[in-house]
Design a protein around this ligand. Structure first.
Ligand code: FDA
Length: 308
């Protein structure tokens, strides 16, 4: 119930105004976001790379309803990728892109515009010597996003996709995307989805995650295990071992600011550990999804409000 309310608020302009105006919000957002600017993003990337992490950078923004804004987002990614190349960070840091931020929802030609903008970003990544992963948004976009990914992979076979274990369809998608050279980030899924398309209970989502992970680990692709869940992380390690995978043939991924000690433990074990690092001032939707995921995050936020 609480999760559903917070996820509904994540798409409400009224709630956005209210939450953004609350005095302690900024300080708490800092826990999950590198900063507003490109420079701040590069500085935090450098620190994390120095601590043995790989990075995937997200220029925050989603649900763009303006073609100029979509093009500006693609340009922001080009600047980011040029900065990663210049600073020598591109061999450790890639980018994550939401297609809705580069035009997917535009009423006229949205898919084509998103494909063209994503292609610009892939070209800049190729020039920098790094990769791109397409984030996955709510289920109404899954077919479109996977279609655009298939198209881009003809020229950029290293393009990563995200599959969400909570969707009924995902086990079959894992089978398709477990092919050689394919980079797949498996996550549980962060949006409010109807029963007709998604498992609702945590126990069902967790079981689905393991089924999907078995397919990816047994396949020939490169699985990216995106979860903070200790049980999932333990099982992923076992599955990797059973399938004879070395630490460079799969990776763990976690969000910036979440379970840093566990991130360090995995790095110390010799695992490949990538951090999803968002930056920019369009943090509202991302922040609300983090509050929805974990009551402790919400409690932290409410405590900060109460102590002011
Ligand atoms: P879940 O939230 O079920 O938590 C399980 C357990 O993990 C908890 O009981 C606790 O033990 C531990 N845990 C979780 N959070 C913790 C915290 N803050 N502190 C301590 N322990 C904690 N989603 C999406 O729909 N599209 C996408 O493209 C992406 N991309 C993405 C990238 C990366 C790198 C990650 C890690 C996640 C995503 N997600 C995503 C989000 C994902 O779908 C999901 O909502 C969150 O990761 C939360 O699910 P978990 O698997 O982490 O466990």
């Amino acid at each position: 119930m609480l999760r559903a309310t917070l996820l509904a608020a994540s798409r409400s302009p009224q709630s956005r105004k209210l939450i953004e105006a609350l005095p302690p919000t900024r300080a708490i957002v800092k826990r999950f976001v590198a900063g507003d600017s490109l420079d701040e993003a590069v500085t935090v990337t450098d620190e994390l790379v120095g601590a043995g992490r790989r990075i995937t950078l997200d220029h925050l923004g989603e649900d763009t309803s303006d073609a100029a804004q979509a093009a500006a987002t693609a340009e922001a990614y080009e600047h980011l990728l040029a900065a990663l190349k210049e600073t020598g960070l591109a061999d450790r840091a890639e980018v994550s892109v939401k297609l809705s931020a580069v035009g997917q929802f535009l009423p006229r030609d949205g898919e084509r515009i998103a494909l063209e903008n994503a292609r610009r970003i892939c070209a800049a990544a190729a020039d920098a010597g790094t990769t791109v992963t397409l984030d996955m948004e709510d289920h109404t976009t899954t077919d479109s996003t996977l279609g655009i990914a298939r198209e881009l992979r003809r020229d950029y076979p290293w393009l990563g996709v995200v599959l969400q274990a909570y969707l009924h369809r995902t086990e079959a998608d894992c089978a398709e995307f477990a092919a050689a050279g394919s980079r797949v980030r498996l996550c549980k899924g962060a949006y409010k989805e109807p029963e007709s398309v998604a498992f609702q209970k945590k126990s069902e989502v967790d079981k689905a995650y393991i089924r999907c992970l078995k397919v990816l680990m047994a396949g020939e692709g490169y699985p990216m295990v995106a979860s903070h869940d200790p049980r999932i992380i333990r099982i992923a390690g076992q599955l990797a071992q059973w399938n004879g995978r070395k630490s460079d043939s799969f990776e763990y991924q976690m969000l910036y600011g979440i379970r840093p000690e566990e991130q360090q433990r995995l790095v110390d074990e010799g695992a490949t550990m990538r951090i999803y690092l968002p930056y920019g001032n369009e943090w509202y939707g991302y922040f609300m999804r983090r509050l929805a995921e974990r009551p402790a995050n919400l409690a932290f936020f409410l405590r900060a409000l109460a102590t002011r």
